[in-house]
Structures are given as structure tokens and as C-alpha cells.
Design a binder for this molecule. Structure first.
Ligand code: B1N
Length: 837
């Protein structure tokens, strides 16, 4: 048991002192001072705010270590025989650790009290001090972090494997309305949450060539004579479950130079070359690619993927051997999940490790590989599918190319026998795309090498089966599953909306945070309770005031907390259609300049999100939002009822203040394009109503909350496809819709760009001539739907009832539910509670 202030603890093989483990305010206060002296070397009167943050962080980390060690033991000790999950992901967007740890350990109040005893009265300013690890782009990376929280909370032993990027996602500044990227130096002041495991390192080979040889047993084998070797070093971050004994870990690899050079032989030239090599090696984990879709043909990106996958699989083999298990039981002790295709080289690397390094027969190695791996697809967008030019692949991973050819040969042979004469089918299924310059299709490699393939929302999985992977679905339908995404209520309700959380607990007890699916619905009867509605409204109003304060501080814009907060926060992308929202704003602007605005429901429309640095249209949309915002906010009449804000640098930390303050959640992607969305879930959990299309998880959210509590508009995915096939002509919509034409023409006229008619021309042009994302087709429906929203908001009681129902009915979008489904359908793993010593 964890030693506590009050209770006596069971005998422990290693006695940790109360200062390191005690969960009461006394022990924590003592620990703060001790850490201040012993770790930071400071007197309290000289300690800066950051010093206090650091010693609090160490104090909290200490309190996770006993559980962390016990959980790790359950993955390493010979007498425990449970299967563990390896979640392989190029991104983990954890967000700040401190607040989340306090929630999960249940020591928020004790820490507040301890801080005040040492003269620090402001926990929130210390929470603010933490620089978040931005090791992800958006939904995919944040999903991995939610899943790590749920795995620990459900007592499922798991390791999240990824890359310790020195620079995470760039910080966004807005200058003159344009996005400017600044490097994210998140490690600048040190990282108190990680533990470097200098002894856990693996060599990773790159480049060179292969060579056949005969081993001692006279067997024909292959070896890889690489051109270079880099070393991966493990950095572990504990991941505490919510009030349970399990504390899992995130193990991120940093690239370093292999210590290979010979000190005796070196001369000056070699010395500098050695240093150059060190720099080149470290480049591999230097920076996160800031695109939410892959950038074609970047060798460094493939090197990053291979680097972390190889280290992780070698580590998994090491841990298996530590447990005294034979290699042929690998799949009985590990379930490896591939978070999109970014780690899909794992299929070939596991084969290489088993066959080349451990001399296993191909068939057995292949059975193990397939039984171990599962593949989650996160996108259908053609431009987001990973394909590697064969020459690049061959240069970096010559042995893997051979292995993949062999996988492909056997796979296609099998298909040929089952579907004789269908050469087209073979070409479509092949791991190699022969058209044009040859490419490796990573989604195919992941699909062939996995026993389970899943999409991330019901609609997405259906489309996956019908389009992108239809041939795989035809030849192996039993491999396909849906696991609708979910988000952790610990971070997205308890931490970010503490007042709402307290209200919910007061009404339905405190079990809901650990069992959202079954408990949250107990709020439902309160939806029509007048007193409860008042409390609900008061909390929303408070949250809106907090966000208004943040917006004033960051942008100087003053907004009206009583207005309808209409929010669209997510990466900038044409398919997400932030510019459809803008077309509506310009329409509203035109209308409000013409007619009296007296009857208009006041709105504040808030945008946030980063654009990939090389995505010109997305950056132009940011400029457009800011330009339209400036015109609206300046207009003395219009600004009485409408304000528009672009909140710079949207990230996890900022988002804690955003979701709880929303009245309306914008989920307006072109149907069929957003695989799931997860922001949609965070908004609904915090009582926002959604205006959205039938896309991704919106479909399931609408079914859950009730169709009457959701603002639906727009074409369905099937209608989008049909319209495209019938030769869609956006210009005819432009010609026939006067309001739309007026809005577009105002943008073209230079009104929002100081008379510069050229600035937004490419955007307007693309809408009128191609409109790949069907904005014009959905425009009228969107405008009318927004009118229904305004009308609904004018009845505050009815709105509040809908708001409560949205929250009460989205329990199934907890990531705990998603993880239970992965455990049951895909991983075949069960919870185990680590030995509490
Ligand atoms: O993954 C999220 C989904 O909720 C979103 O709908 C989906 O767009 C997102 C390449 C991606 N899909 N693909 C990526 C990220 C980085 C990268 O380099 C692709 N992100 C998604 C969680 O399922």
C-alpha cells in the first residue's frame, strides 16, 4: 500500500519515507521544502515561481513512483503472466502533466493546502508555469494521450512508445493577420516529469546493403551491413490512472550518436567528423513534422518512424526475455497497436528481428507478427496516405525492402489461388504501387501484417470498408472492426471544468469520472429542474468570463460574456471548412449593415488552430478570418451584436479554457472527410450544442444526444459523392444565390484587404471553379441552420435543457469505453491490478 500520513503501511521491501509518498498536506509541504533545498538548491525567499513549479512537479512525481515501479514489475517479472499493450504512435499530445496528475492521484486539495503552508497561495499560477509537451499535431496525437490515461485507469498494463522530439509542434503567433511559426523549445527549463533510462538503449541501423551468408548450422541467411548506426535512449514519463494502483508509462526515444569511434586512432579530422556524425544522429528526434498529413518523400520522416519502431520492438523483446518467456510466445504477452501507418514499418521490423536476428522460421515469425499487430486507420484523404518512393525506401532500409517483397510475394500468391485470373485485384492489393514511380503503400503493409484493422467512427469504418480498403475487406472481412474514438473525462471535464465537475458530483455522486458510460446519464432527469438549470447556467457564464479574460489578454479584443459563444477550434484544413464559417460571417455582416440589428442574438465567434507551415491555402484562411474579424469588430453597428476572434496558438493548455466556455460547437467538415473528430466530444461533454454535418463521430453524437438537441445541416457523404460524380458546378450556385454572391464578391472586392483585390483571389477562385469541399453546396443549409441556432438560444431555458442533455448523454464518448472495446475485440488483454506492496 502507498504509505499515508494516517494509516500504517504494510511491510515493504524498500521503505520509502513519508516525505516521498505521503498524500496528506503535511507530508507534501515538507516535501516541497525538501525538494526546494535538495533538488533546486534554493532558499524559499529566493525561489521563483518556476522554482516552486519544479519542486511541486517533483513532489507529485515522487508520489507516482511506487505504483509506477509496481506496474512496471508486472510487465517484467517472471511470475506475472499478463499480456500488455504497446501503443505505437509517432505522436503523443499529452498536454500539461501537473493538473492531470493531481486529479488522478486525488491530491488536489492536499496540494493547495500544502502550498499555502509554505506561503504559496496560487496553485493556478504554478499550473500555468508548465510548458506543455506539444508532441503531436492534433486529434491523432491527443487520442493517443487519452488512450494512455484510460489504459492506466482500467488497470491494463501498457507502454506508449514514441519519439521524444526536442521541438514539438511550433508555437503560433499572428502578425498582421498572418500565421508566423516559432520553434517550440519545451525542454528549455528542463522536464521534471521524465526519467532518463540511460541504461535502456538500442542500436538502430540505417542504410547500407544486405548480404547472404551461411550460419553455423549451414542455413542460408541474410545480414544487413548498414551504413550507419544511431542509438535510441529511453525517456520514461509515468502515466497515472485515475485513483487506481496502476501507473503505466510513456517511453519516448531520443536519438544519439552510437559510441563507436575509436579514441586512439582519431586525429583532428576524425574528431570533427565524429562530432558531425553526432549532430546528424541527433537530427532524427529533433523535430515533429508539423503536418497533419504526411509530406511526400521526406527521408527524415521515414528514418524517425523506423527509429522509434525499432527501439520499441527491441525493447519489447528484451522485456519478454526478462520475464523468462520464449520468443515464440511474443504475441501472448504483447499486443502492439499501430496508430495509423506511421509505425507500420513495425510489420517488417518485427519480421527482421525474429527471422534475421533470432533465427526464427518465416512462417512462425509471420504468424506471430500478425497476431501481435493491430492497425488503426485515421484518415481516408488520398493526400494523407503514406507512400514511400521505392528508391528512398531501398536506400534507407534495404533489408526491409527485401522482407516486404517476400511478404508481398506470399500474400499475392495466396490471393492468386483464392481468386484465379483476377490480375486487377492483385495489382490493387499489392504492397507496391507500380503506377508511375514505384511506391510502397504503408496502409497495405499495415493491413496485411495485422490481425485487426479498425476505423475510428462508425461512418468512417463503413467508408473504409467500401473505399480505401475495400479489396482487403473482400479478402479478409473478419479483420475489420469499428472502435469509435473517445476522450478522457478526467482531463476534459474534471481538470478543465472543475465547477461543472463539482456540480455533477454533488448531484449524482463521485463514480461518474471512472464510469462515464453508465453514470453520467443520471443527470438526465435534472435537465428540466429549474434550480439545476440555474446552477448550470451560472457555471457556463463563469467559464465564459474566464475565456473572455484570456481573449482580452491575448488579443486585446473585448467580448461580451452574455453573447452566444460560437467556437471552431481544430487544425486549419480546407475539408474542415473554417472558411464556410467565414462565408456565414460575411453574410451576417452584410445583413447587419442593411437592417437594424436590434433583434439579432449577440454572438461571439471564436476560431483557433494551426496551419501546416507549407499549406498555403490554410494560412490564407487564417488571414481571411483575421481580416473579416477586424472589419466586423471595427464596425460600430455590427460589433454591437457580433464579434470575431482568432485565438492564437491553440494547444492543449489553452483548450482547457475553451471547451468549457462554448455554447455552440462547430463541426462542419464536408461529409465523409473527417474520420471521427474528438473536439466534438469534448465540447458536448461540457454542455455545448453542436452545429454539424453527418460526418465522423458527429453521426453517433447526434444519435446519442437526440436529434432534437443537435443542429444538423448539409449533404450526406453519399450525396457528396453523387454530386461529385454528376459534375458539380459551384459557379451555378454562386450565380443563383444572391446572398452568397454578395459575400464572395465583398471578399474579392478588397474590402477586407485594404483594397487589395488579389489577396484572397486564389481562395475565391478555388471556391467558384472547383470547390473540392462543397462549401457552396452546403452554404444555404448552413446559413439557415445558424438562424435556427440563434432562435433556439433566445429561449435560455430550452437551450439549457438541451445543454444538460448533451452532457448527460455523451457518456459513451469516454475513452474508457473505446479502450474496453480495443481490449475485448482487438488486443485480448485483461486488467490486472499490480501488487500493492
Ligand atoms: O485523427 C483523429 C480523428 O478524430 C480525426 O478525424 C483525424 O483527422 C485525425 C498524418 C494525421 N487523421 N490523420 C491524422 C496526423 C498526423 C500525420 O502526420 C495524419 N490525423 C487524423 C483521431 O482519430
Amino acid at each position: 500500500a502507498i504509505a499515508s500520513d494516517s494509516g500504517a503501511s504494510a511491510p515493504s521491501p524498500i521503505a520509502l519515507t513519508n516525505v516521498r509518498t505521503g498524500l496528506g498536506a503535511d507530508a507534501i509541504a515538507t516535501a516541497l521544502i525538501e525538494n526546494l533545498y535538495c533538488l533546486l538548491g534554493k532558499l524559499p525567499q529566493h525561489a521563483t515561481r518556476n522554482d516552486w513549479y519544479m519542486c511541486l512537479a517533483y513532489t507529485v512525481r515522487d508520489r507516482m513512483m511506487e505504483r509506477y515501479v509496481a506496474t512496471l514489475a508486472s510487465i517484467t517479472e517472471t511470475n506475472t503472466a499478463a499480456k500488455a499493450v504497446a501503443y505505437l504512435s509517432a505522436e503523443f499530445l499529452t498536454g500539461p502533466h501537473l493538473g492531470n496528475s493531481l486529479v488522478n492521484l486525488g491530491i488536489w486539495q492536499a496540494v493547495e493546502e500544502a502550498l499555502s503552508r509554505v506561503g504559496q497561495d496560487d496553485l493556478s499560477s504554478l499550473l500555468d508555469q508548465e510548458e506543455e509537451p506539444g508532441l503531436g499535431n492534433g486529434g491523432l496525437g491527443r487520442l493517443a494521450a487519452c488512450y494512455m490515461d484510460s489504459l492506466a485507469t482500467l488497470n491494463v498494463p501498457a507502454i506508449g512508445y514514441g519519439i521524444r522530439y526536442e521541438f514539438g509542434i511550433f508555437d503560433q503567433a499572428i502578425r498582421d493577420g498572418w500565421q508566423v511559426e516559432l520553434t517550440d523549445k519545451w525542454l528549455r527549463f528542463g522536464n521534471p516529469w521524465e526519467i532518463v533510462r540511460s541504461e535502456i538503449t538500442f542500436d538502430v541501423k540505417l542504410g547500407g546493403r544486405t548480404e547472404p551468408y551461411y550460419d553455423e548450422a549451414g542455413r542460408y541467411r541474410m545480414r544487413w551491413l548498414s551504413e550507419k548506426v544511431v542509438k535510441g535512449v529511453a525517456y520514461d514519463t509515468p502515466v497515472p490512472g485515475y485513483r487506481v494502483p496502476t501507473t503505466n508509462l510513456l517511453r519516448l526515444w531520443k536519438a544519439e550518436a552510437a559510441e563507436s569511434f575509436d579514441f586512439e586512432a582519431f586525429n583532428v579530422g576524425d574528431y570533427y567528423r565524429a562530432v558531425d556524425e553526432k549532430i546528424a544522429s541527433e537530427t532524427i528526434s529533433k523535430v515533429l513534422y508539423p503536418n497533419d498529413e504526411p509530406e511526400a518523400g521526406k527521408q527524415l520522416r521515414l528514418a524517425q518512424q523506423y527509429f522509434f519502431v525499432s527501439c520499441s520492438l527491441q525493447d519489447m523483446i528484451r522485456l519478454l526475455i526478462m520475464r523468462g518467456k520464449p520468443l515464440d510466445e511474443f504475441h501472448s504477452y504483447w499486443a502492439a497497436q499501430l496508430n495509423d501507418t506511421h509505425p507500420s514499418i513495425a510489420v517488417a521490423e518485427l519480421m527482421r528481428l525474429l527471422v534475421d536476428e533470432h533465427a526464427m522460421e518465416w512462417d512462425q515469425a509471420w504468424a506471430i507478427t500478425q497476431q501481435t499487430c493491430g492497425y488503426t486507420n485515421h484518415t481516408l484523404l488520398a493526400e494523407a496516405l503514406e507512400r514511400w518512393p521505392l528508391p528512398l525506401f531501398a536506400r534507407l532500409l534495404p533489408r526491409h525492402l527485401e522482407i516486404i517483397y517476400e511478404i508481398n510475394r506470399r500474400f499475392l500468391n495466396d490471393i492468386r489461388l483464392r481468386y484465379p485470373g483476377d490480375d486487377q485485384l492483385l495489382q490493387r492489393l499489392s504492397l507496391i504501387d507500380e503506377a508511375g514511380g514505384k511506391h510502397m503503400r504503408m496502409a497495405h503493409l499495415a493491413s496485411v501484417g495485422s490481425h485487426a484493422i479498425n476505423g475510428v467512427a462508425a461512418l468512417h469504418t463503413e467508408l473504409l470498408k467500401q473505399t480505401l480498403l475495400s479489396d482487403f475487406h473482400r479478402v479478409a472481412p473478419e479483420k475489420f472492426f469499428n472502435v469509435t474514438n473517445g476522450v478522457t473525462p478526467r482531463r476534459w471535464i474534471a481538470l478543465s471544468n472543475p465547477n461543472l465537475s463539482a456540480l455533477i458530483t454533488r448531484k449524482i455522486g463521485d463514480r461518474w469520472l471512472a464510469d462515464l458510460e453508465h453514470e453520467l446519464e443520471h443527470l438526465e432527469p435534472l435537465a428540466i429542474d429549474g434550480d439545476f438549470q440555474k446552477e448550470w447556467q451560472a457555471i457556463k457564464a463563469d467559464n465564459k468570463r474566464v475565456l473572455a479574460g484570456l481573449i482580452k489578454e491575448r488579443t486585446g479584443i473585448i467580448i461580451e460574456p452574455h453573447s452566444l459563444f460560437d467556437i471552431q477550434v481544430k487544425r486549419l484544413h480546407e475539408y474542415k471548412r473554417q472558411h464556410l464559417n467565414v462565408l456565414y460571417l460575411v453574410t451576417l455582416f452584410n445583413k447587419l449593415r442593411r437592417v437594424s440589428s436590434a433583434a439579432e442574438i449577440p454572438r461571439t465567434v471564436i476560431f483557433g488552430g494551426k496551419a501546416a507551415p507549407g499549406y498555403r491555402m490554410a494560412k490564407l484562411i487564417i488571414k481571411l478570418i483575421n481580416s473579416v474579424a477586424a472589419a466586423i469588430n471595427q464596425d460600430p453597428v455590427v460589433s454591437q451584436v457580433l464579434k470575431v476572434v482568432f485565438l492564437p496558438d491553440f494547444n492543449v493548455k489553452t483548450s482547457h479554457h475553451v471547451y468549457p466556455a462554448a455554447d455552440l460547437s462547430e463541426q462542419i467538415s464536408t461529409a465523409g472527410k473527417e474520420a471521427s473528430g474528438t473536439g466534438n466530444m469534448k465540447f458536448a461533454m461540457n454542455g455545448a450544442l453542436t452545429i454539424g454535418t453527418l460526418d465522423g463521430a458527429n453521426v453517433e453524437i447526434r444519435d446519442a444526444v437526440g436529434h432534437e438537441n443537435f443542429f444538423l445541416f448539409g449533404l450526406t457523404a453519399a450525396e457528396v459523392e453523387r454530386l461529385k460524380a454528376e459534375a458539380y458546378t459551384p459557379r451555378s450556385i454562386y450565380d443563383s444565390n444572391a446572398e452568397l454572391r454578395e459575400a464572395i464578391d465583398l471578399i474579392s472586392s478588397g474590402f477586407f484587404s485594404n483594397g487589395d483585390r488579389g489577396l484572397f483571389q486564389s481562395l475565391v477562385e478555388s471556391l467558384i471553379t472547383r470547390d473540392d469541399y462543397m462549401l457552396l453546396a452546403d452554404y444555404q443549409a448552413y446559413v439557415e441552420c445558424q438562424q435556427r441556432v440563434s432562435q433556439a438560444y433566445s429561449d435560455q431555458n430550452a437551450w439549457t435543457r438541451m445543454s444538460i442533455l448533451n452532457c448527460a448523454r455523451v457518456g459513451r464518448f469516454s475513452s474508457d469505453r473505446s479502450i474496453r472495446e480495443y481490449c475485448r475485440d482487438i488486443w485480448n488483454v485483461r486488467p490486472i491490478v499490480p501488487d500493492e506492496r
